[in-house]
Structure formats: structure tokens, C-alpha cells
Ligand binder design. Structure first.
Ligand SMILES: C=C1C[C@]23C[C@H]1CC[C@H]2[C@]1(C)CCC[C@@](C)(C(=O)O)[C@H]1[C@@H]3C(=O)O
Ligand SMILES: O=C(O)CCC(=O)C(=O)O
Ligand SMILES: [Fe+2]
Length: 377
């Protein structure tokens, strides 16, 4: 990522005024669960802790007909996507072309990493400004409202061709004993790439624009792939696994285990996303909201924690190449009216979320205003 933006000053996010130091908390999941007193850094404001009382009514979309080129099935899938994206941006897909045994292996193999001793996990600790590596509660990035989770992130480039960059990452970073697992995630990312590009075609069809417009934008893009582990917590009602936010990326494809936890804020209330074995949860992010000129909604969501059971999820965050300009198709502007957001490069929004602003429910608008103020200085 370009470091020049780091010279642009901006008012520090609230937590930076806090006298506590970043990195003063070590999230050792094996010990945290036994701890008598919950460190205050993990306690969230009451306003964030309201529980979900119902399930989201998102569509379950069968992609079989779309992948077989059936026009009626494609039109039906696009219509279901349109209705969901006009409302909350979440839907689930089946017959998505990703082998169910591969999904099961990818979901289960997370345990081999998260069960490692903390010292081994810290040996691949995510460095500031890098996208790959291990993070414990983002304790080196934030000083309050720490998420009750461990994550392992790695990058998958859509145009990496025959170079197995994910398998290489696992073998290089974690050694021979993770080589086989690395190939599971390599194959998983290969499959999710095809699915994500197919969904980009369906999104274009749903917006009645050139069906290849978005697909072309992402063919040389990349994904930030992330394994999430949310350890159980006795005070589950006071902590948050992943706080309320909109994903800054274009599209997120998530697989969750059978422990409920993903919730979406729709019609002024939190609604839980039902785990469906073999289905994949899809949501559009801020970058696609901009690509749809604000017609489709990137929606606030969060992950809550369970008192007794660990919850794990796999998130595939689809992004355009860093220097790609995020701009909606002209035919949408002509038809739907004035631009809602200025053109921007994905690398600028990513840098904003990594160096200057903690993603929340207003990240894109805050980014647009921050960039404008930086340019007028
Ligand atoms: C571009 C990204 C930043 C985050 C990972 C990807 C897409 C989702 C973002 C995130 C998960 C939104 C909630 C806050 C966050 C800090 C987290 O909890 O991990 C975000 C990710 C990040 O900045 O690492
Ligand atoms: O783990 C989950 O269910 C959701 C996590 C999430 O929203 C994210 O990492 O962006
Ligand atoms: Fe998210």
C-alpha cells in the first residue's frame, strides 16, 4: 500500500484519545475463557449489545440454472438478488459450484491453526500495513471495544495463474505441517473466485447494465481471505465478536458453522442470519454500493459471541486491483441520475480503513469526506 497517504493527518478516531496503549492486551483465547474478570477493553457500550430477536428473511438462491446458462433461471436469480440488494444486501446461495467436501475441509481445517499454542500463532502475526497474518482481537490496532476473536488472513490474487500463492503462503509461513491445509485453502479460493465473478455477472444483470461490466473490473482483482475464530465467553452479552460495520470491499462470501452469530441491522433491529449447511452467505460491501451508484445497500452487520461454544467463519473479501478506479457504469448514471460518490481507487479506501479509520456503519461516507478535506488542505 502506498505510504504517502500516511502523511495526511486527520482527527484521531475516538479510541486514540484513550490513555491505554495499543498492544497492552494479549488475546490468549485458551486463557481468556477461564479469566475471572473480563478486561474492560473487551466490554462494548450497552447500545451495541441489544440482542437479535428474529431471523433475517434473506433469499436462498439456487445458482444451478444460472451456471447452466438457463435464461429464465438466471433472470429469476437476478431478481432475487435485486430485491435483497435494494433492501439489505444479504442473500444465501446453493448449487454455487463449490464442492461441499472442500467447504467442509476448509471449515474444519481452521481448527488446526487456531488450536496452535499462542506463540506459534504469533510467529505469523500480521504486521502493520500488511494484509496477511494472525491477529488476536486487533489488540495492536485498537485500545477499546476490542473484538472477541482471532483471525488468520491471507491474500489470493485472481490473476495469479498457476502460481499457488495461498498454498505457498501456508507452507512458507507455517511450515510443512500446514502444506496440505494450504492446498485446501488454495482450492477453496480458486472456487470462490469463479463464484464471485459469476455473482458479479448476476449483479450486473439485476441492475440491467452490461453483464460483463463488473466481471471485467474484478478479473485481475484479489481477495482478502480470512479465517475467524470466536472463542466462547462467559460474559458473551458484554463482548462483541465483530462490531457493527459495513464491509469496505465489493463482495463478501462467508461460510459459517452451525453456531449462530452473524446478524444484520435491518428495519431498525438486529436479525440473525440462519446457518444453512452447504450454503454460502453473500453480501455486497461499500465498494459495490459505490459501483451501483448507491442503488444497492452495503448493510451494517456484526458477529455476536456464544457463551458455551466457539464459532468459526470463513470470509472471502472480494476487491478490485489496488489501482482500479471504482466508478459505476455510465448507463446507470444516465438512467438513475447524478453520481452519489466520487471516483476513487480501491487502494485509497483500503488504506483509509487500515491506517486512519476503524470500519463502522458509515465508512464510505467518512472516507469521501476525509478525502475531500485532505485534498482541500
Ligand atoms: C478491507 C477489509 C478490512 C476488514 C477486512 C476487510 C473487509 C472487512 C473489514 C472488517 C472485518 C470490518 C470490521 C472491522 C475490521 C477491523 C475487523 O473486525 O476485522 C475490518 C477488517 C480489517 O480492517 O482488518
Ligand atoms: O464472522 C462472521 O459471521 C461475520 C464477520 C464479518 O462480518 C467480517 O469479518 O466482515
Ligand atoms: Fe463484515
Amino acid at each position: 500500500m502506498d505510504s504517502s497517504a500516511s502523511t495526511i493527518l486527520m482527527p484521531p478516531p475516538l479510541e486514540l484519545k484513550d490513555e491505554r496503549k495499543k498492544g497492552s492486551v494479549v488475546f490468549d483465547s485458551s486463557k481468556m475463557q477461564k479469566q475471572e474478570k473480563l478486561p474492560t477493553e473487551f466490554i462494548w457500550p450497552d447500545a451495541d449489545l441489544v440482542r437479535a430477536q428474529q431471523e433475517l428473511n434473506e433469499p436462498l438462491i439456487d445458482l444451478d440454472g444460472f451456471f447452466k446458462g438457463d435464461e429464465a433461471a438466471t433472470a429469476h436469480a437476478a431478481e432475487l438478488i435485486r430485491m435483497a440488494c435494494l433492501n439489505h444486501g444479504f442473500f444465501q446461495v446453493t448449487n454455487h459450484g463449490v464442492d461441499l467436501d472442500l467447504i467442509r475441509a476448509a471449515q474444519e481445517d481452521m481448527g488446526a491453526f487456531f488450536k496452535l499454542p499462542l506463540s506459534r500463532k504469533l510467529s505469523v502475526k500480521k504486521k502493520p500495513g500488511e494484509l496477511s497474518g494472525y491477529s488476536g482481537a486487533h489488540a495492536d490496532r485498537y485500545t477499546s471495544k476490542l473484538p472477541w476473536k482471532e483471525t488468520l488472513s491471507f491474500v489470493y490474487c485472481y490473476d495469479s495463474g498457476s502460481k499457488p500463492m495461498v498454498a505457498d503462503y501456508f507452507k512458507t509461513a507455517l511450515g510443512e505441517d500446514f502444506e496440505q491445509i494450504g492446498w485446501i485453502y488454495q482450492k477453496y479460493c480458486d472456487a470462490l473466485k469463479e463464484l464471485s465473478l459469476g455473482i458479479m455477472q448476476l449483479l450486473a444483470i439485476s441492475l440491467d447494465v452490461d453483464s460483463s461490466y463488473y466481471r471485467k473490473l474484478f478479473e485481475d482483482g484479489y481477495s482478502i481471505m480470512r479465517c475467524n475464530s470466536y472463542p466462547p465467553c462467559k460474559e458473551a452479552g458484554l463482548v462483541m465478536g465483530t462490531g457493527p460495520h459495513c464491509d469496505p470491499v465489493a463482495l463478501t462470501i462467508l461460510h459459517q458453522d452451525q453456531v449462530k452469530g452473524l446478524e444484520v441491522f435491518v428495519d431498525n433491529k438486529w436479525q440473525s442470519v440462519k446457518p444453512r449447511p452447504g450454503a454460502l452467505v453473500v453480501n455486497i460491501g461499500d465498494t459495490f454500493m459505490a459501483l451501483s451508484n448507491g442503488k444497492y445497500k452495503s448493510c451494517i452487520h456484526r458477529a455476536v459471541v456464544n457463551m458455551d461454544k466457539e464459532r468459526r467463519s470463513l470470509t472471502f473479501f472480494m476487491s478490485p486491483k489496488d489501482d482500479k478506479v471504482v466508478s459505476p457504469p455510465q448507463e446507470l448514471i444516465v438512467r438513475e441520475g447524478p453520481r452519489k460518490y466520487p471516483d476513487f481507487k480501491w487502494s485509497e479506501l483500503l488504506e483509509f480503513t487500515q491506517k486512519h479509520y476503524r470500519p463502522n456503519n458509515d465508512t464510505l461516507q467518512s472516507f469521501v469526506e476525509w478525502r475531500l478535506s485532505s485534498q482541500t488542505k
